[in-house]
Design a protein around this ligand. Structure first.
Ligand code: VG1
Ligand code: CO
Length: 542
């Protein structure tokens, strides 16, 4: 029943910021998926008889890859596979299932915020037994293996029925089809005061949750409408579609503009939120006010003790390097640890496991805590709701009070998408070459105090990750950061992160791009963006 199939390596199966992402036509080449999954298994030890979790965001090609993964897991000797019904598991839900059922690890099938469909993106990511993305040591081993692989193992068996809850068998391996929502909803009920949120909603507080036709649809419906009593219509775009309705399932001000406009309108709801393809990102908008993800991290950290799951307080906060320093000021006030990591959730795992950090966040709409080992979109929404229910003030009031206490970090990210890879690399190389000469000089009348290429020294396992983004720091706490995206599937994307710290409450209501204008000009001057890319303007501003 199990067969060994001869194969030849592909040279491009290097996992990026969050797993392997490619266009579907690349993934559907003969043996492409099989090679990668076998390379994952070949990089692991000790999983015979153990449990593997399998699920994805439901995008095009998800169901096919679930079948391949299950058959390969059986042939490679796993004892049990837990598969989300319909092949569905949001990324945070998959992380929870791995932890709750003490699985050896999991395969999460997703290209997250990237578009889906027959010519769009697909992705595969391996998560380890703590529920989090495999650390670099493992992703490097997977890539190395993928370049030498000669064969893979797979069961010669009919497809399993992934749409019926219950247990089936492939050889000796049990395949359990599980409800993708139930365990996750139960976890949320443990962390948050559902009675308080229910009372808030009953009192007339209105909200909208936009699933962008992606995986959080069923999670939002169950938790917000069924368990918390929000009226029907609270959840929008809640039917997951294989192509996300032709949109980018990326919850930012560009792709979730309708939601933003609704929250800015006089008759809009009190609170709006959206999540991405695989459910790990969140967009938070209060009536009349957008909360940047960096600010959201800081505001959630400052108020987390109001939710039952965090009433003992936080052990520490961690943020990715490009994320604004707003959370640092909260950590300072709470006298708790603050950790700055490279981009990508895999770097938070050690800090969470060691109980050094309780809450983590990234500027790219990622926030999460030690409840799982992934960022978690709906979790952030529920923590906001819990805080609003306890404090009984608006999002605007929370934000203004926060800024008055800590100062405001004006923040924006400018993405130059789909630029020529050679030009993007040259931009970074040229900038890197002049880093030593920058401190002490000025650009756009801003004095540079420090410039480097960020390297992370993991305080837990002592590993070092270099070249994680170029940062130029200015007097007064402003900075610009440059890095290349590791999640794209065509050309290169240059991300420029711009931040200014403003302590003066009289200057907390400025328009963001205006407040950052001189820094934006300085980024252009420093990196010669136009010269290297031919672009005057970014393609996406968040
Ligand atoms: C982007 C974000 C990063 C995030 C990653 C995965 O990576 O910047 O913060 O962790 O996407 O998010 P990059 O390398 O393109 O900048 V998800 O929701 O796409 O899994
Ligand atoms: Co995502």
């Amino acid at each position: 029943m199990f067969k060994t199939v001869a194969t030849k390596p592909f040279d491009d199966q290097k996992p990026g910021t969050s797993g392997l992402r490619k266009k579907v036509p690349e993934f559907s080449q003969e043996n492409y998926v099989e090679n990668f999954i076998q390379s994952v298994f070949d990089s692991l030890e000790g999983f015979k008889g153990e449990t593997l979790v399998i699920g994805g965001d439901g995008r095009y090609y998800n169901r096919e890859v679930v079948q391949i993964a299950v058959k390969m897991a059986a042939a490679n000797g796993f004892g049990r596979a837990l598969v989300g019904k319909g092949g569905i598991l949001s990324t945070p839900a998959a992380s929870n299932v791995i932890r709750k059922y003490k699985a050896f690890g999991g395969l999460v099938l997703s290209a997250s915020h990237n578009p889906g469909g027959p010519t769009e993106d697909f992705g595969i990511k391996y998560n380890i037994g703590n529920g989090g993305p495999a650390p670099e040591k493992i992703t490097e081993a997977i890539f190395a293996r993928s370049k030498t692989i000669t064969q893979y193992l797979i069961a010669d068996a009919p497809d399993i029925d992934i749409d019926t809850i219950g247990t089936q068998k492939i050889g000796d391996m049990d395949v359990e089809i599980i409800d993708p929502v139930a365990d996750y909803a139960e976890l949320m009920e443990q962390l948050f005061d559902f009675d308080a949120i229910r009372a808030l909603i009953k009192s007339g507080f209105t909200l909208r949750f936009d699933s962008m036709h992606a995986v959080t649809g069923p999670y939002g419906k169950e938790i917000l409408e069924h368990r918390l009593g929000a009226p029907e219509g609270t959840c929008i775009n809640f039917v997951p579609l294989e192509d996300f309705g032709g949109h980018h399932p990326d919850p930012n001000l560009v792709y979730a503009k309708d939601l933003y406009d609704l929250l800015m309108s006089p008759n809009g709801p009190d609170f709006g939120a959206a999540s991405d393809g695989d459910g790990d990102r969140n967009l938070i908008i209060g009536k009349g006010i957008f909360i940047t993800p960096s600010d959201s991290l800081a505001m959630l950290a400052a108020n987390a003790h109001l939710a039952p799951g965090y009433k003992a307080g936080l052990k520490g906060i961690a943020r990715s390097m490009p994320t604004s320093g707003a959370a640092d000021r909260v950590a300072e006030k709470l006298k708790i640890g603050m950790y700055e990591t490279p981009t990508g959730w895999k770097f938070f795992g050690n800090l969470l496991d060691a109980d050094m950090a309780t809450i983590c966040g990234e500027e790219s709409s990622g926030t999460g805590s030690n409840h799982v080992r992934e960022k978690d979109g709906l979790w952030a929404v529920l923590l906001w709701l819990n805080i609003l229910a306890v404090r009984k003030v608006s999002v605007q009031e929370i934000a203004h009070e926060h800024w008055a206490t800590y100062g405001r970090n004006y923040y924006s990210r400018h993405d130059y998408e789909g630029v020529d890879t050679a030009g993007a690399n040259k931009l970074m190389d040229d900038l890197r070459a002049k880093l030593p000469t920058l401190p002490g000089t000025s650009v756009q009348c801003l004095k540079i105090t420090h410039a480097d290429d960020f390297a992370y020294h993991d305080p837990v396992d002592k590993s070092v990750s270099k070249n994680q983004g170029i940062r130029v720091l200015f007097e007064g706490g402003s900075r610009v950061v440059f890095r290349l995206s590791g999640t794209g599937t065509s050309g290169a994307t240059i991300r420029v992160y711009i931040e200014r710290y403003e302590p003066d409450p009289k200057r907390h209501d400025l328009e963001t791009q205006g407040a950052l204008a001189d820094l934006i000009r300085s980024a252009h001057d420093l990196a010669d963006i136009k010269g290297h890319t031919g672009r005057d303007e970014p393609s996406v501003i968040t």
